[in-house]
Design a protein around this ligand. Structure first.
Ligand SMILES: [Zn+2]
Length: 76
């Protein structure tokens, strides 16, 4: 339970792409419109970003967090 809360506090759904990982809508490149799916430039296609808290903790506790996240993944 505590681990679950911790991890959800560390990252948040990307507001730019609404968690899809792709840029929404048409974009114009050199006068040519394209609707090719492009990875979101904000979250780099991950669909989420680290919160400020997450960034700080990530630097401080990276090894421990990796362990916790791996446990969560194995459980699910
Ligand atoms: Zn994004």
């Amino acid at each position: 339970m505590i681990k679950q809360m911790l991890i959800s506090d560390l990252k948040k759904t990307c507001e730019n792409c609404q968690g899809s990982g792709f840029e929404a809508g048409l974009q114009e490149w050199g006068g040519i419109q394209t609707n090719l799916s492009k990875s979101c430039r904000i979250c780099l296609g991950r669909g989420f970003n680290f919160t400020d808290l997450g960034k700080k903790l990530w630097d401080l506790y990276l090894p421990k967090l990796r362990e916790l996240i791996r446990e969560e993944i194995l459980k699910n």
